[in-house]
Design a protein around this ligand. Structure first.
Ligand code: FOL
Length: 230
């Protein structure tokens, strides 16, 4: 894991950046979109430097065992219980009333769910883990909801470097919104974000991502990546 920690926000949002309704996703039946979410948050990508100049395999560091997904308590509650914790990923759940269980979770040898009292505490936990364990954690994804995305975007110095946005082109009623408008007015660069090429998206996620408008059950969407402009 790179230090300081680099965060990637993952979300699906309508054109006006709607992400939720009544504590759930505004849509149903986007199976391939959800499969994309699961694949890209699970996939372990070995940094380029670690692959080079290794005279024998014993010189290669063990590398990350798991990526982490950081989410708020309401997002945790919104995930169907049969899918919780999200498998093949270290789940970190942020809850203001979870301060005490943080220490307990940190003491567990290989927790798949860690409770943290704030985003800062979640990042501190990952930072510690990276130093303790060889390879530590892999990529760190912030998967919502609105409050946690806002906290991630507000970090100083900036830690959210990348946004994997699935732009939903069909209209849905929403009551929860992503706190940054992307792909709407065309003035994103002023706000410090730039849409990446398909090649950059493919390289970062490690697969050939379907390009252009996708459609499932009458809902149209598009896979995008946005990167912070330095
Ligand atoms: N990002 C994107 N691109 N799409 C989303 O639907 C999405 N959803 C959330 C955050 N970022 C997203 C938050 N909500 C599951 C359910 C709700 C949820 C996140 C994840 C979930 O059950 N995930 C399983 C998939 C199981 C399946 O195959 O259907 C997982 O293993 O990731």
């Amino acid at each position: 894991m790179s230090l300081p920690l680099e965060l990637t926000l993952v979300l699906a949002a309508t054109r006006d950046m709607g992400i939720g309704l009544n504590g759930a996703l505004p849509w149903t039946g986007l199976k391939k979109e959800m499969a994309y979410f699961a694949r890209i948050t699970k996939r372990i990508m070995v940094p380029q430097q670690q692959q080079q100049h290794s005279s024998s395999s014993s010189d290669v560091p063990p590398g990350p065992a798991l990526n982490a997904v950081i989410m708020g308590r309401k997002t945790w509650d919104s995930i169907p219980s049969r899918f919780r914790p999200l498998k093949g990923r270290l789940n970190i759940v942020i809850s203001r009333s979870a301060g005490a269980s943080n220490a307990t979770a940190a003491a567990t040898e290989k927790p798949d769910v860690v409770m943290a009292g704030s985003l800062e505490q979640a990042l501190a936990y990952l930072h510690h883990q990276a130093q303790d364990v060889g390879g530590g954690c892999g990529r760190v994804f912030v998967i919502g909801g609105a409050q946690i995305y806002a906290a991630a975007l507000a970090l100083h110095p900036p830690a959210a470097r990348r946004i994997l946005l699935t732009g939903v082109l069909s209209d849905f009623t929403c009551d929860t919104f992503f706190p940054l408008k992307l792909g709407v007015g065309g003035d994103e660069e002023e706000k410090g974000w730039k849409r990446s090429s398909k090649a950059a998206l493919d390289e970062w996620v490690g697969e050939d991502v379907p390009q252009g408008v996708q459609e499932e059950n009458g809902t149209r969407y598009e896979f995008q990546m946005w990167e912070r402009v330095d």
